[in-house]
Design a protein around this ligand. Structure first.
Ligand code: HEC
Ligand code: HEC
Length: 235
């Protein structure tokens, strides 16, 4: 958020005014000067009052089975802001097909917030960066890398647990036990996905059983990541 300089003409004449006018102008100055901070802390207050009952925003990685909701600890590195802002207002898109607690019938709709609140929340969550994620590392894949990524993704059975885009009537295929990746290219930041794929247990213990030990070469992880970033992009 940019703190726009106050236009100088706005001050002119203030010293000529009455005391109350001066007070009024000072009041406006204070409001304008603090507006950006107020936005960020508005988001922080919102998250700390309405979200942390289910979501963690600090702490060590923890398995899904021990949590009520996905961690937002590294939200600033994980989500693409436009997706986040839109989803928080209208959280229809299914992210965990069987419910995060694996109990679909118990799962009610996610709470939704207003457009202004969603911007504020995104401002605050955007500050929750993960130092382990290097920014600007993942570039769009070449056609060869994307083809290799597709083969690796299939051969490692990623679709067995993750909904994955497909050319069928539903538009996707795959198992339901974990996160839907149908819209991953619009939802997730590529650098976060790359770092996640390098060692999933660094983010969600018990999620990395599919990664061979030792892990795949970084080039392969890059190819898988680049391929995943095409999901939801209409390819
Ligand atoms: C009653 C518990 C609960 C509350 C309160 C709650 N959430 Fe959630 N949230 C969930 C669950 C469960 C999911 C998993 C998706 C689903 O089941 O809809 C989720 C998913 C999310 C996701 C997507 C996470 C991912 O990695 O897939 C975001 C972002 C999110 N919530 C943000 C928020 C914010 C911001 C607030 C507060 C304004 C909030 N949530 C309040 C339970 C909650
Ligand atoms: C045995 C089931 C299983 C398989 C197979 C699997 N995953 Fe996952 N994956 C998980 C679990 C569990 C999580 C953690 C999210 C959760 O709690 O459900 C996860 C999470 C992810 C996430 C983070 C998603 C998000 O929005 O938070 C990515 C990215 C991911 N997996 C990539 C892959 C890739 C790439 C493959 C194939 C190489 C793969 N997964 C194969 C179970 C699996």
């Amino acid at each position: 958020m940019v703190n726009k300089p106050f236009p100088p003409q706005a001050f002119s004449g203030a010293h000529r005014g009455t005391r109350s006018m001066l007070a009024g102008v000072m009041g406006v100055m204070v409001l304008v000067a603090f507006a950006p901070d107020a936005m960020a802390s508005g988001g922080e207050t919102l998250v700390k009052t309405r979200c942390v009952g289910c979501h963690r925003i600090t702490g060590q990685p923890m398995a899904r089975s021990k949590k009520k909701a996905p961690d937002l600890i590294w939200a600033g590195s994980k989500y693409q802001r436009p997706w986040l802002v839109a989803w928080l207002q209208d959280p229809k898109e299914k992210l965990y097909p069987v419910g995060y607690d694996f109990n679909f019938t118990r799962k009610g709709p996610h709470l939704s917030i207003t457009a202004i609140e969603a911007q504020q929340v995104a401002d605050f969550l955007g500050t929750l960066k993960d130092a382990r994620v290097k920014e600007g590392e993942v570039k769009p894949g070449t056609p060869e890398e994307l083809a290799r990524g597709e083969a690796l993704y299939r051969d490692h059975g990623c679709q067995n647990c993750h909904w994955t885009p497909a050319n069928n009537k539903r538009g996707y295929k795959g198992g339901t036990s974990s996160t839907s990746l149908v819209n991953a290219g619009n939802r997730l930041q590529p650098d976060w996905v790359y770092r996640f794929n390098l060692n999933p247990d660094d983010f969600v213990p018990e999620s990395g059983a599919y990664i061979p030990k030792p892990s795949l070469p970084e080039g392969d992880i890059f190819a898988i990541t680049a391929y995943m970033m095409t999901f939801g992009k209409g390819k």
